[in-house]
Design a protein around this ligand. Sequence first.
Ligand code: PHE
Length: 344
Amino acid sequence: MQDKIDQYTAEIKAFTSAKADELEAFRIKYLGTKGLIKELFEQFKTVGTEEKRVFGKVLNEFKQFAEARYNELKDSIDSTVTTEETKLDLTLPGEGVTAGSRHPLSLVRNEIIDIFKRLGFVVAEGPDIEDDWHNFSALNFPEEHPARDMQDTFFIKKNSGTDDIALRTHTSSVQVRMMENGKPPFRAIMPGRVYRNEAISARAHCFFHQVEGLYIDENVSFADLKQTLYHFVQELYGEGTKVRFRPSYFPFTEPSAEMDVSCTICKGAGCNMCKYSGWVEILGCGMVDPNVLENCGIDSKKYTGFAFGMGIERITNLKYVIRDLRLFSENDVRFLEQFKTEII
Ligand code: PHE
């Protein structure tokens, strides 16, 4: 019996595990109801009176020793757990909830709006379904102008020409509505969807998005137009972006121009985004034709102004290096997810 007690004492002293399941196995082995200590007590009952006197004390001391050891190990496990818990730092930022994402065209449209808002422009909108007057006639389009052609325009009601109803082909129609319904000065930008009857490909779509700009006041000159658009480009693409104006033609502006920016991808060195020219066209612009002002009831002797129109898709393509227009309307989550922002 003494041998067993010595052996168990050595084993118990050697046991140092800090794992809860191992400690539980330890408890069952020595202190359990069918454990080794219980067994020793059973044995104790069978020994003679003399031995009982000697072993009674030894056995009780051994039992107390085993229990003390068990409690000691148990306490150390409990305090490790508490230390783990106190490692929890409640001041750390949360994990963040990922919500849906804004469409890249919305992101860029909002950015364009923000830049012009800082210059004092207001935002205006007009209907997608337009009449001939607002989309063409008031904007000085001659009746035989090719843009009115069945090839370009989605007609909803084809009547005699001047009373046609169609999906607007550009946001310039909103300029007319603005000028007809208000009094100068005007400083407005007008974002919206436009429609043209084109076969869908990587570079053309039957609908796309524009932002129109209109600035009418006394003594507005082409220099104002240039400086406003120059500032816009520096804000949008960064300081140092170059611009150039090429003469162009639109029925509703005179003179008219197209504005190019130095390629935002290769910084003008030449790449396939700018077809190795170093320049990309981003908008059409010009001084509002006096005929348009008069059509809208504005005195063209007193007021002058400029207008511009840009395609949001084009600007987005340059910003995110997107080469296929179809991606914008396919709703492929693998594409849209890339514009995700984290909300905390
Ligand atoms: N409406 C023209 C277009 O769709 C762009 C434009 C707007 C040009 C305003 C000059 C002034 O191409």
